[in-house]
Design a protein around this ligand. Sequence first.
Ligand code: HEC
Length: 128
Amino acid sequence: MKKYIIFLILISASLFFNSCKYDFILPEEVPVIEPGGDPISFESQIAPIFSTGNKCTACHKTGGFASPDLSNSATVYSQIVPKYVDLASPASSKIYTYSTSGTHNNLKVSATQSVLLLQWIKEGAKNN
Ligand code: HEC
């Protein structure tokens, strides 16, 4: 009888410990911007935010109904700067607020992309 109880306890314990499965959702690691670090590159780090993955160009395309045109790599810079950047108050730049607030068509760029975008504007929104 005693063996039977121990056996039962072991079975229930193993059921108990196996019943919970934890899926940890790790927060996205955002880049830390070091003072004096490499400047953000518009061409390789900023332009792709709009042209790949974030669906911006579904509407913001050449001949599309929404401006700015974010789909043409040759003109995307002049479409954004200076009209949609605010060098005096980078976080108020329209290109930043529209990309990061989540209120524009429920779209939100990744946390990493927001950091890069803001830093690029702080660095003077250069065409580099
Ligand atoms: C479903 C279509 C659609 C998508 C997708 C979309 N937009 Fe827009 N966007 C619009 C429309 C329509 C307007 C004009 C109305 C407004 O200001 O909301 C606009 C306006 C803007 C403006 C301001 C224009 C102005 O003159 O004030 C910016 C900046 C902008 N979008 C950036 C983006 C970015 C960046 C993305 C991707 C993260 C994006 N949009 C995705 C349709 C879209």
